[in-house]
Write a protein that binds this ligand. Structure first.
Ligand code: ZN
Length: 63
């Protein structure tokens, strides 16, 4: 993964030419960049392609 911050993590386009979405993760208490995307479509495609959402659903409290 590049950390340039301007290339889409999924498709490699310049995200600033679109409607950019940025993702951060928490590592050792610090927010670190986990990806930059043209838009939610690229983010969603990336998550599905990498199976990042498998088994990762947070537990919702019962209503
Ligand atoms: Zn993209």
């Amino acid at each position: 993964m590049t950390d340039s911050g301007t290339e889409c993590t999924y498709c490699g386009c310049d995200v600033y030419r679109h409607d950019p979405v940025f993702v951060e993760e928490l590592e050792n208490g610090e927010r670190v960049s986990a990806g930059s995307f043209c838009n939610y479509a690229c983010l969603t495609s990336y998550v599905e392609a990498e199976n990042l959402s498998l088994g990762a659903t947070c537990e919702l409290p019962p209503e």
